[in-house]
Design a protein around this ligand. Sequence first.
Ligand SMILES: [Zn+2]
Length: 136
Amino acid sequence: MLSKETQDRLCSEAQKAKQNSYSPYSKFRVGAALLTKSNKIYTGCNVENASYGGTICAERTAFVKAVSEGEKTFIAIAIAADPEEFVSPCGFCRQFMREFGTELIVYFTTPSGKSEVHTLKELLPFSFGPENLESK
Ligand SMILES: [Zn+2]
């Protein structure tokens, strides 16, 4: 688990990243902050598209930014939305994040500062990943 300070920072960065959400269709703003093993934080927001299918979630935006900068090892991600109820990643994002391991710590956070912690393994049990392709 992360130190309280790192956890708070990650959750606050996710809330901040939400401000850049481009969500004219759903009006559902989401932000994410991803902590790498190299101790960097990459943020992301959801970016919607008029074609709808071209939309990308905040979690994947953060991962794509990090991977495109050479990062491959991730410790934790915080996810922020506007409701006071926790918002958890969609199925597509769970599979996308799983590519990089099952031990990722996932924080759900709310605007008032509440948070809940899970692991990706809990969110996506019995998952399929790169190791499965190696065993063929
Ligand atoms: Zn998603």
